[in-house]
Design a protein around this ligand. Sequence first.
Ligand code: NAD
Ligand code: TYD
Length: 350
Amino acid sequence: MKKILITGGAGFIGSHLVHLMVRKYPNYHIYNLDKLTYAGNLENLKDIEKESNYTFIKGDIVDENFINELFAEHNFDGLIHLAAESHVDRSIHSPLEFIYTNIVGTVNLLNAARNTWKEDMGNKRFYHVSTDEVYGSLGETGAFVETTPYDPHSPYSASKASSDHLVRAYHDTYGLNIVISNCSNNYGPYQFPEKLIPLFINNILHNRPLPVYGKGINVRDWLYVEDHVKAIDLIYHQGRKGETYNIGGNNEWKNIDLIHQLIAITDELLQRPKGTSTQLITFVSDRKGHDLRYAIDASKIKNELGWQPSVQFDEGFRTTVKWYLDNEDWLKNVTSGNYQKYYEEMYSNR
Ligand code: NAD
Ligand code: TYD
């Protein structure tokens, strides 16, 4: 039985990946290592927690001794690393946690893999999951390719860029069998309601203002989370050693257009008269260093591995809105605790 370690498996994308791997590969044992920060939630994994090929481990990737002991104990066959501090606004507010988890945590994993795997290093896989935000901001045209120079602007993207460079350095220097993917914005169930889509659904539900940064003209390329985890599965198994793959939805939306679409679907599902929640739109001061546009050229993964998005945006978006409305308890649970404090700090003076 192969032993695969997934880090950050209780978060948004990680929980979808854990589901896929546990169900699709009964001959793999999936170890999910997660610190359970505000963004990690074991409720996301309730339906697979008793599977015999699944084990949850609570722990912090920043804790070097713990990581070394974990690797020594298990001799994993591979690792898919998603654990991260992932929200740009939080990184602007308090960058240090991003440096610890995203950079130091990644180096701890790299060192543990290198030291444990030794001569067998070429056969074991170290897969680092990253973001398109490392490439910086595009103008009106063009798209990021794998060779686009890095130009991160937020503490979040700078910390992810740094970790990407370190992962490549461990390939070039020590021969570690790495792959990296850089994906565009994901949407879908189980995303913490600090990110645009679940935050706005939750606010519409409670008739709270919808804080649109700047003029709402920034553009993001949205991909359904299930499509992302299918790409991760493919890259983990078939991606070439040392390579980077861009993953994207080929689905660009200006924020304000996406928000109008979101309002239309949410109002319809809540059986409110058409356009009711449009009045909640509130333009607030812009995010500092706000990247104007992201877009991914995903032709490499399409040509090499045959991946392309399978979920149409209309369908994925409606499914997503419906999921949050049907799972109000999940929303309530994750927004209890420190959420109120977070929300006030982030939005009270905008
Ligand atoms: P998330 O914030 O929902 O989940 C992150 C998970 O990591 C949480 O379960 C959290 O508890 C865990 N974690 C945080 N710090 C940890 C630590 N020190 N030790 C162990 N676990 C820790 O994030 P997400 O949106 O699921 O993103 C997952 C990965 O994908 C990240 O690396 C992110 O950079 C990348 N990514 C995200 C997107 C997106 O749109 N969400 C797009 C491209 C890439
Ligand atoms: P977000 O979901 O935070 O993802 P990212 O910053 O990683 O792209 O934000 C998506 C877009 O929505 C981004 O352009 C910022 C904008 N935004 C708002 O206008 N208001 C908000 O309250 C949030 C959270 C984001």
